[in-house]
Design a protein around this ligand. Structure first.
Ligand SMILES: Cc1cc2nc3c(=O)[nH]c(=O)nc-3n(C[C@H](O)[C@H](O)[C@H](O)COP(=O)(O)OP(=O)(O)OC[C@H]3O[C@@H](n4cnc5c(N)ncnc54)[C@H](O)[C@@H]3O)c2cc1C
Length: 465
């Protein structure tokens, strides 16, 4: 808020890395920022996606997020989902006419291959499982039964994390990573693979590479070099300790059907064999029309996510629509401006950043860059817009949102409460001798907070008396 009592209010939906780094820049520029976040705690996938034992990385990010959220111009309302069918809809926020609205809700929709047999038990989507083992309610409480042979479709870093979980925490017999393309086109970082490289079944890998040798060699891909690259870290003892689980691979295979028995149990995955063809300098998979069946009993899709249509933003081609016509004065802005394909106009003052703008793309560093670039676009937009008074910001915009949430009986977790929750969880970890502790149910967290509030209230009552 400027000295004359005028400023801008930016409402940010989401509190993952993109939202928080964007907020940091907006608050630095002198704007008031109200964050509305579905989860009680901020952090998004930095809290509930990054592998649970990456304690140092997670704590490093939390430290930065705490600093951003501590800014006096930043307000945080956790436990508030913005949804068409929820207590607060996006159109309600637009109707309030704040200065700008930024959507940073990540990619909460599910992408599916649409193959037969996909719906039903023993078939999961990576995000749900990732949320489960990172203890995000309500996924933390759901059960994800696993068979002995678990196929993961996709070979990016998310596959590696899920394989890590299956090998170390579930100790399944075999994890089979299934890729449309070949080993050279793998999308995981070799550094990430180190955690489970010791579990690679080297004999099975040799056999698999021999099987596809006739399809790789015409492309100039050396099978021996690929074997060396894939097993580079296999002799390094895993940090999480040894596990008997085996990690195998099936390359050049696209799922066509999940095979179920009469009771509905998964008994296999039918795949079409692929070859690789050059498409504009990039190798793409091309089906050979020949299918085979992999014997497995659980399938996990790790093929990326899509945005959530229930948030209420206009969509185009499965993504939130952004402005297709860049303004020559500010060409960067169009990528962040939400666009309404129905009337062919940008939605004035509505922006999208991070995985909500580009689903499942990149790591935290990239989300940060996108959030900060988005903030610069919002700043340029606000520079052309009349500021609001303190009263317009707090009494006419923030207070009605809070009132509405209270009327709808949504317990709002503001940043003071979140800090209490953090402290209680840290204390609980200390008591249990764990590196980290997380409550897995919203009700539990809210109860803890209620207890803390009533203790504070009675203490302040005693002081007054
Ligand atoms: C399994 C996995 C492992 C990863 N590991 C790493 C890693 O080791 N290192 C690394 O750098 N990156 C990692 N990443 C990538 C990193 O997590 C993302 O780049 C980053 O979190 C994306 O940030 P975001 O803010 O766009 O979205 P998100 O982090 O998804 O944040 C979205 C936020 O929006 C909120 N939200 C959702 N819907 C609504 C709604 N309707 N209303 C209000 N709020 C809503 C959520 O509560 C959340 O706070 C990993 C990702 C995954 C999936």
């Amino acid at each position: 808020m400027r000295e004359n009592g005028l400023g801008h209010l930016v409402i940010v939906v989401g509190a993952g890395p993109a939202a928080l780094y964007c907020t940091g820049k907006l608050a630095e520029a002198g704007h008031t920022v109200l964050i509305l976040n579905r989860d009680l705690k901020p952090g998004g996938l930095a809290e509930y996606g990054i592998y649970p034992t990456k304690y140092k990385m997670k704590e490093g990010l939390r430290k930065q997020f705490r600093k951003i959220l501590a800014h006096p111009r930043v307000l945080y309302f956790g436990n508030v989902a913005v949804r068409e069918d929820g207590a607060l809809r996006f159109r309600d926020l637009e109707a309030l006419k704040g200065s700008a609205l930024v959507v940073a809700a990540g990619a909460q929709g599910t992408k599916s291959l649409g193959v037969q047999g996909e719906e039903g038990p023993y078939v999961y989507h990576a995000k749900d499982l990732v949320y489960h083992y990172n203890r995000l309610p309500p996924f933390s409480e759901q059960e994800f039964p696993m068979g002995a042979r678990v196929g993961i479709v996709g070979i990016g870093n998310v596959m590696v994390d899920i394989a890590h979980y299956l090998v170390n925490m579930r100790r399944v017999e075999e994890v089979i990573a299934i890729a449309r393309r070949g080993p050279k086109e793998r999308a995981w970082d070799d550094k990430e693979m180190q955690a489970i490289a010791a579990n690679i079944d080297r004999e099975a890998l040799k056999r698999e590479l021999e099987r596809i040798r006739p399809r790789l060699e015409p492309l100039g891909q050396e099978v021996d070099a690929l074997y060396q690259a894939l097993t580079r870290h296999s002799d390094v003892p895993p940090e999480d300790g040894a596990s008997p689980s085996r990690l195998t691979f099936r390359f050049l295979a696209s799922p066509t059907r999940i095979v179920r028995d009469e009771q509905g149990g998964v008994i296999g995955l039918e795949v079409e064999e692929n070859t690789l063809v050059d498409r504009g300098g990039k190798l793409a998979a091309k089906g050979l029309g020949q299918t085979s069946r992999l014997a497995l009993d659980t399938v996990i899709f790790a093929i990326g996510d899509r945005v959530d249509p229930a948030l209420g933003l206009p969509m185009k081609n499965g993504a939130y629509a952004t402005n297709p016509a860049p303004d020559p004065q500010d060409p960067e802005a169009a990528k962040y401006q939400v666009f309404d394909p129905q009337n062919g106009e940008p939605r004035e003052g509505v922006f999208v950043i991070g995985w909500s703008r580009s689903a499942s793309e990149g790591v935290v560093g990239k989300a940060r860059l996108d959030g900060e670039r988005g903030a610069a676009v919002v700043n340029r937009f606000l520079a052309r817009r009349a500021p609001l008074s303190c009263r317009e910001i707090y009494q006419q915009r923030i207070a009605p949102i809070y009132r509405r949430l209270r009327e709808q009986k949504v317990p709002v977790v503001h940043k003071g409460l979140w800090r209490i929750l953090e402290k209680v969880e840290q204390e609980e970890a200390r008591k249990r001798g764990l590196p980290e502790f997380k409550f897995g149910r919203n009700e539990e967290m809210l109860q803890v907070l209620e207890g803390a509030i009533s203790r504070l209230a009675s203490r302040s009552g005693q002081v007054r008396r």
